[in-house]
Ligand binder design. Structure first.
Ligand code: PRP
Length: 174
């Protein structure tokens, strides 16, 4: 990592937050079978750690979404890049996302899932940049609220698509 960046949330803090969320979700879904959906690409690392912190019977499906636009800002134009293969109708669906910013990606994906008539839809996000919200979205659990700074690492990319492999969430120094 270059000197222009600093650790905003360390790997240890992330893992502690995820373990707590995993326990909460294990209680919430006690006795149920769920379909857990990481939203790609960004949500893959959070989901990989979260599922190992949960004691719930689950099937895992994937959805992919991307927004066109400048490299550090969402354009608001969301497109689906990968769709699920199992039917979601009548199922308890848990959507796992890395970050909610304007809310446009989540709003689009939640609308898509709800159109398939699941029994329930619960959304968990690792990071919430609430100040940037453009549309109202239902987020059931947030692990960290963060300020309006450009962040990457732990699944989130920096311009050019690099940095997703870092274990910490890092931010550009101010
Ligand atoms: C990022 C991130 C969220 C979305 C949040 O995805 O993973 O899905 O932006 O922004 P929003 O709330 O303003 O819509 P991106 O489109 O960069 O795709 P990626 O997950 O493949 O990195």
């Amino acid at each position: 990592m270059s000197n222009d960046y600093e650790v905003m949330i360390s790997s240890e803090e992330i893992m502690q937050g995820i373990r707590e969320l995993g326990k909460t979700l294990s209680d919430y879904y006690l006795g149920k079978q769920i379909v857990l959906i990481p939203l790609l690409k960004g949500g893959f690392m959070f989901a990989a750690d979260l599922i190992r912190s949960m004691d719930v019977q689950m099937q895992i499906e994937f959805l992919g979404a991307a927004s066109y636009g400048e490299q550090t800002k969402s354009s608001g134009e969301v497109r689906l890049t990968l769709d699920t293969t199992l039917p979601l109708s009548g199922r308890d669906v848990l959507l796992v996302e890395d970050i909610v910013d304007t809310g446009l990606t989540l709003a689009y994906i939640q609308r898509l899932i709800k159109s398939r008539d699941p029994a329930s839809l619960h959304t968990v996000v690792l990071l919430d940049k609430k100040i940037r919200r453009k549309v109202e979205v239902e987020v059931d659990r947030v692990v960290f609220n963060i300020p309006d700074r450009f962040v990457f690492g732990y699944g989130l990319d920096s311009p050019g698509g690099f940095g997703r492999n870092l274990s910490d969430i890092v931010a550009k120094k101010e």
